[in-house]
Design a protein around this ligand. Structure first.
Ligand code: BGC
Length: 340
């Protein structure tokens, strides 16, 4: 199996999702619009070769700890662990060689639930990126006949460790490369979010109300309306949204967290999850110098990532959801991107 190998999930409605074993990277998500016109709605590149050479987080599985751990430090049972700081003063998305650049084993699975599905597995050895314990991870990518792309994660460890897996596709429902997502409408079932500070996304542990801030998407609004607001929080995010939203009513069951709509194409995507948070990232670091699909530049705000997860830096905040996994327990995480 070569790392450039591409696997594709198809259903009878013409939805087609392709990914690579390397990083489990989702490299294309083709969805018809109301008139049956198909567009690829994830930011990325035309070929697997370009994907391997390009932005290593595009569409990838992130771990062991997606998002940031401040100063890369955490303590479990009185033992302090120090991870690499691969993002300023912080540890981001599992470190220098996170799960996003690893070779996953890929096997087809057949269950009645999915039109097609694959299971990706990875064994992360003890000490991988300085994390404790051997972690065994399984991720099912399944596509249903209801146009749901399901990402079903499980993991087990042989020593207490921390875990927070996510998936990192950037969506542009008008088609990758077709402008920005400013005119996309976003609704998020989150009355609260976790503010960041100027130090590249460091969180203090504060859980703040979105009311009265650009982060109030409770009623749904254009992303551009939030992006054009004047707020320190947007500056800290690198000129846009790069924030974790606290999913209303989290109780570990699957619920609708967010809905993204593109009025131009009429495409809609709902995000369901059993996780307590969703990181919304509007691609603030894209600057048009990287060339994406169909030779088009990857521009600032050219896509939006909706990453279901535990909150950033949870291991260092006792009032944040638990991110510690112990032997005998199973980490479970479900994320559904549903297209219509
Ligand atoms: C983070 C961004 C980061 C990006 C890297 C996102 O999940 O929130 O801060 O720059 O990943 O691709």
């Amino acid at each position: 199996m070569s790392s450039k190998e591409v696997y594709t999930l198809k259903n009878k409605n013409g939805v087609e999702i392709s990914f690579m074993a390397n990083g489990g990277r989702i490299i294309s998500v083709k969805v018809p619009d109301a008139r049956g016109e198909v567009a690829d709605v994830v930011v990325g590149y035309d070929t697997p070769e370009e994907a391997l050479a390009g932005d290593a987080y595009f569409g990838a599985l992130c771990g062991r700890y997606a998002n940031r751990i401040v100063e890369g430090k955490f303590t479990i049972d009185g033992v302090e662990y120090r991870l690499d700081k691969n993002n300023g003063n912080n540890h981001l998305h599992g470190g220098f060689e996170g799960f996003n650049v690893r070779e996953w084993s890929v096997e087809p699975v057949s269950t009645g639930k999915y039109a097609q599905a694959y299971k990706l597995t990875l064994v992360s050895p003890e000490g991988d990126q300085k994390y404790p314990g051997e972690l065994k991870v399984g991720v099912i990518y399944g596509l249903t006949e209801d146009n749901e792309f399901v990402i079903d994660y499980t993991a087990e460890t042989d020593k207490p460790t921390v875990i927070n897996l996510t998936s990192h596709p950037y969506f542009n429902l008008n088609g990758a490369g077709n402008g920005t997502v400013e005119e996309h409408e976003l609704q998020i079932n989150a009355a609260k979010y976790t503010p960041i500070d100027g130090d590249l996304g460091t969180v203090s542990g504060e859980i703040a109300d979105v009311k009265g801030t650009p982060f109030d998407f409770t009623e749904g609004k254009n992303i551009g309306e939030a992006l054009s607001a004047k707020a320190d929080q947007l500056d800290f995010g690198g000129g846009g949204i790069d924030h974790n939203f606290v999913v209303d009513g989290f109780d570990g069951t699957v619920r609708l967290a967010a809905t993204l709509k593109d009025p131009k194409s009429g495409r809609t995507m709902e995000v369901y999850t059993d996780q307590p948070g969703v990181q919304v990232y509007t691609g603030n670091h894209f600057d048009g110098t990287d060339t994406g699909k169909q030779g088009k530049p990857i521009v600032k705000w050219g896509g939006v990532a909706l990453e279901t997860q535990i909150f950033p830096d949870s291991p260092n905040h006792y009032h944040f959801p638990n991110a510690v996994l112990r032997p005998g327990e199973t980490y479970k995480h479900l994320c559904v991107y549903k297209f219509s």
